[in-house]
Design a binder for this molecule. Structure first.
Ligand code: HEM
Length: 571
């Protein structure tokens, strides 16, 4: 008996080794850290480092570089996850030519020679509507419910396409007549909260600070609950996390990291003991409480006394989503739509408020718009914001320098494999290879964004002259930054809502308040886990108008005691 067990064990080990070696060599030509070729531990370490964005970018810079443009080097990443043995991430730079799809996807450069960057081109090709690439197993980690998938977690193409078709109209905003008014209402509450509770008045010895990381999350969470269900969670009303949701999310980070690498572990959610420990809608706090809130709001739309409101939920119901589907999808809406927009908002505010020339230029544009009657008060309308070039440049630059989603979003090479062009050499990526996305690397690429790509500089988005070269430069940047919302059949459905929030909140906040970071040497703490967990982002806030007045200095008389530094001019 012992002998048979030992024999079986050795046979399994041999099988594992053969597969591991085959997997390793099938992708060894892409280069990368050797550990990543054998196990996912490298990936786990990188994702758990809290700075996955920077580490992936370092890897891309180290391995598989290929010269492009004017001798500048650029990079991308490929991760290999084997069919069933331990996945083996690899890295390499690449452009993509896919054999099976050659008729639809001509070789890079032939169709749009100057606009496409190889990394962006690859990303688009994989996500395009008729692409044979599919979602990788990475997406299964986005399942929030033990039994139910949601739009972000379906790896089955047909199921994903079916739910997306039914949900897209609800997101489009055309049917959601309350959308803009709902966003305005929450923004006014946000501004009111800052004004009533956080404005410092040092001249009256009132010293206060606000944690921007917190209040921006409160704003986007209340917006999303209002536009999704017609009722807010009450973050802004209470100036706190009423359900303990954000705290619960922070506790779940280790699990998020591990599940994002060992995606098969999502199956343990089906085990009765694990299932019992998972958040559920009857919970009093945390994600479970949010699930309960979503369940109650959905329930109100059904039955004899059903509430009717022309909004997203109503549109989803009209498109035939069941009560169960709605509970799961609305929860996804909250997780997908709150943190991403909040980080875009807070980082954009941070960069503008810490760069006086940028702030001044933005304020000048906004004030001119108000004076000309082109900006509604008290809140700018979305259509008006889209007419302000410098505001748009500031927002795009914010999304670029801190792309809100840094998760791998791995797409899978179809059966039969794909040819991938590395350094001008075509290399074969076997079927089921998963190709991860390094959004940070893509958005910080000097080839696309210029040699100062690491710097927040909205001016790069403004066309300097009418030459074809200049228009091509800006068009290429626009094509790339838009990818931070994904693309094609996987692209973000909430993009319109997010853009509306940013269009309004950035300019209205800065028009009212002067923001000063409390600690420029370390303005915030950050953990990057596919999204950003920011804490301690403390700012001093003063009313902009009073700040402006106090800056007016009157120099009266010939001799002024300006209080110059003592000692420097003394004998
Ligand atoms: C600045 C803010 C946002 C960014 C950068 C962003 C980015 C993304 C990205 C990268 C994806 C996945 C693309 C892929 O799988 O390849 C995605 C998907 C999605 N986003 Fe957003 N998002 C934002 C805001 C929102 C908001 C406000 C909502 C809801 C109102 C939302 C709802 C969704 C949904 C439902 C999906 C899944 C689409 C699908 O699977 O077909 N997002 N988003």
């Amino acid at each position: 008996m012992l002998g048979a067990t030992l024999g079986l064990g050795l046979a399994l080990l041999a099988l594992y080794l053969v597969r591991a070696i085959r997997t390793y060599y099938s992708l060894s030509h892409f280069g990368g850290h050797w550990v990543a070729g054998w196990s996912r531990l490298w990936l786990l370490r990188t994702q758990g480092s809290g700075e996955m964005n920077k580490r992936f970018t370092e890897v891309n810079r180290k391995y598989g570089e290929f010269p492009i443009g004017e001798g500048v080097e650029t990079k991308s990443t490929i991760f290999r996850f084997a069919v069933w043995v331990s996945p083996t991430p690899r890295s390499a730079s690449l452009t993509l030519v896919h054999r099976a799809d050659e008729t639809q996807a001509p070789r890079l450069g032939l169709r749009r020679p100057c606009l496409s960057h190889p990394m962006a081109e690859l990303f688009r090709r994989m996500s395009a509507v008729r692409s044979p690439f599919t979602r990788g197993r990475w997406y299964t980690a986005l399942k929030l419910h033990p039994d139910r998938d949601n739009i972000t977690s379906y790896v089955d193409e047909h199921k994903h396409a079916a739910i997306r078709t039914r949900m897209a109209p609800g997101y489009s905003g055309k049917e959601n007549v309350h959308l803009e008014a709902d966003v305005d209402e929450q923004l006014l509450k946000f501004l009111d909260l800052v004004s009533s509770k956080y404005v410092a008045q040092p001249e009256q010895d009132i010293f206060r600070t606000v944690d921007l990381s917190q209040v921006t999350s409160y704003f986007t969470l209340d917006v999303i609950s209002k536009v999704a269900f017609g009722q807010t969670f009450g973050f802004l009303d209470n100036d706190e996390d009423p359900f303990g949701y954000l705290a619960n999310l922070a506790q779940m980070l280790p699990a998020i990291i591990v599940f994002g690498v060992y995606t098969e572990l999502t199956n343990i959610m089906k085990l009765p003991a694990v299932k019992a420990a998972l958040p559920k809608s009857s919970d009093k706090r945390g994600l479970g409480r949010v699930m309960g809130f979503a369940r109650d709001r959905v329930q109100e739309r059904f039955g004899p006394k059903a509430i009717r409101r022309q909004d997203m939920l109503d549109e989803f119901i009209k498109r035939g989503l069941t009560q169960e589907e709605l509970e799961s999808e609305t929860l996804t809406q909250i997780t997908a739509g709150s943190d991403s927009t909040a980080s875009a908002l807070r980082m954009t505010l941070h960069f503008i408020s810490t760069s006086p020339p940028i702030l001044e230029r933005l304020l000048a544009e906004a004030r001119a718009g108000i004076e000309a009657g082109k900006i509604s008060r008290p809140i700018i309308q979305d259509v008006e914001a889209r007419q302000l070039p410098y505001l748009q440049a500031c927002i795009k630059e914010g999304l670029r320098i801190y792309p809100p989603v840094t998760g791998l979003m791995a797409k899978m090479v179809p059966e039969g494999g794909a040819m991938i062009d590395v350094d001008g050499v075509e290399k074969f990526a076997p079927g089921r290879t998963q190709i991860g996305w390094n959004s940070w690397g893509m958005m910080h690429d000097p080839v696309v964004f210029g040699a100062d790509a690491e710097i927040y500089r909205p001016e790069r988005w403004l066309v300097r002259d009418e030459s074809e070269k200049e228009r091509g430069r800006v068009a290429r940047m626009n094509e790339t930054v838009t990818l931070c919302f994904g693309y094609g059949r996987f692209g973000c459905l909430g993009r319109g809502v997010a853009t509306m929030e940013l269009n309004k909140a950035v300019v209205e906040t800065l028009l009212r308040f002067n923001l000063q970071s409390c600690n420029l040497a370390k303005p915030f703490n950050e953990k990057v886990v596919g999204f950003y967990v920011h804490t301690d982002m403390d700012f001093v806030v003063t009313e902009r108008s009073s700040g402006d007045q106090s800056a007016l200095v009157r120099l009266e008389g010939d001799k002024v005691d300006a209080g110059a530094l003592a000692g420097a001019y003394e004998e």
